[in-house]
Design a protein around this ligand. Structure first.
Ligand code: ZN
Length: 418
């Protein structure tokens, strides 16, 4: 199977300017990229006329939660029975693919096996979905972010509670036995559940070290919820691969991140807090409530920290914590606009983070660029995301999604465009 895309403007993922050109896909690989038109022989190829659309690499969400049922409260995760939860996750995978996200790096499953089985079904080709690195549930200390219990009544959210080195080690062993790719640990608290909690470490240094040693020994990747400065340092000291939030990082901690900037990925998840602060009034988050949750302060801190991270060349990725009612699954591309408007990113720069860095966080060496020899994860976009970054928020404008050389979206619009 050979497909030639003609009459397209190519964003190759490196951050370079768009250029008019042609791209050939054979089986699951990009086999030719040419500037200009007519230089590549058409022999045997199905030709797709892009009519001036932008052709770009598929997007990666580095902090995915596709077990989230677009909920109001974390409790809803525990309330969803496992059988329904598989379907929620499966449909969310399809929604993400339709929105142009061909890769998902999970930042926690809500039940231990939910993401593992959906990943396996996607990989087997039996259901459609993005490339997917499946995570453990959030591993949480008593009273940490995600501990939904009350003393008189058991509640379950997204968490596995593990206190002390022994429980942590056993929990990690269990998650790895069940097939997760990545272990998620909540090292700090969060204002979302308890105001003032974001500056607190909910695990001790000894607990974090024991957990990290076990995950490293068994070959699982580590990611973490780290808002407080000290939690970021603990994560760096124990070689966590992916750090989320980090907005309290001091300049000295930013030095530590910069020193390992080719080894770690950072994602602020700005969209989640921004939507909650500014677009969630109909669900009771009035400006007064947002203020009482310290959301405006957290957003200001995030802006300050990530402007600095950008200048230091740290690998920061857009996305994170979509799946609440105010930021539903599939609207993740809003984060690109926040990176531009709040952190000072150029559109090409944030899109390179969402594509080229996507290949790196997924740890697939030939993923994330439009380049000969790279895997064919490709979008056709009706518009120019470099001059209007918001165009990627319109799912209808992403009129072709190809993953691993397969067309994954209703191609009727493709034929209209042709
Ligand atoms: Zn998260």
């Amino acid at each position: 199977m050979k497909t030639l895309f003609e009459n397209v403007n190519i964003f190759d993922g490196t951050g370079s300017a768009l250029f008019p050109g042609e791209v050939v896909v054979e089986d699951n690989c990009i086999t030719a990229v040419s500037k200009g038109s007519g230089k590549i022989p058409r022999d045997g190829a199905e030709v797709v006329n892009g009519n001036g659309a932008t052709l770009m690499p598929g997007l990666c969400e580095p902090h995915a939660h596709i077990t989230y049922p677009n909920m109001l409260k974390l409790n809803e995760l525990g309330d969803t029975p496992p059988e329904e939860h598989i379907f929620v996750t499966m449909h969310n995978a399809q929604t993400m693919l339709n929105a142009g996200f061909t890769s998902l790096y999970s930042a926690a499953s809500s039940k231990l096996r939910t993401e593992v089985v959906v990943r396996n079904e996607i990989n087997s080709g039996r259901i459609m979905g993005p490339r997917f690195r499946a995570a453990s549930p959030e591993i949480v200390a008593t009273g940490g972010l995600g501990d939904e219990r009350q003393l008189h009544m058991y509640h379950q959210g997204i968490e596995i509670i593990a206190d002390g080195k022994d429980e942590l080690i056993k929990t990690i062993r269990t998650c790895i036995r069940e097939g997760v790719d990545t272990i998620k640990i909540n090292i700090s608290g969060d204002n979302f559940v308890k105001v003032g909690h974001d500056g607190v470490c909910t695990y001790t240094a000894e607990e974090v070290k024991a957990a990290a040693d076990e995950a490293h020994e068994r070959g699982a990747w580590l990611s973490c919820h780290t808002r407080s400065d000290r939690s970021v340092r603990m994560a760096l000291e124990n070689k966590f691969r992916v750090l989320y939030h980090c907005e309290y990082s001091t300049d000295e901690t930013l030095d530590m991140i910069e020193a390992v900037k080719d080894e770690v990925f950072i994602a602020p998840a700005i969209g989640a807090n921004y939507r909650l602060a500014h677009h969630a009034e109909e669900w009771g988050i009035t400006p007064e409530v947002a203020e009482s949750m310290h959301l405006f302060k957290t957003i200001d801190l995030t802006i300050d920290t990530y402007q600095k991270m950008r200048k230091r060349g740290i690998r920061v990725m857009p996305g994170g914590d979509y799946g609440f009612i105010w930021n539903p699954i599939g609207t993740n591309a809003r984060d690109f606009e926040y990176f531009v408007n709040l952190f000072g990113y150029q559109p090409a720069e944030v899109l390179s983070a969402a594509t080229m860095l996507g290949g790196k966080i997924m740890d697939i060496p030939n993923l994330g660029l439009i380049k000969e020899g790279y895997l064919a994860d490709i979008l056709l976009v009706d518009g120019d995301p470099i001059s209007d970054i918001a165009v990627l928020q319109d799912v209808d404008k992403i009129f072709m999604v190809m993953k691993d050389g397969q067309f994954c979206k209703d191609t009727k619009k493709l034929q209209t465009a042709a």
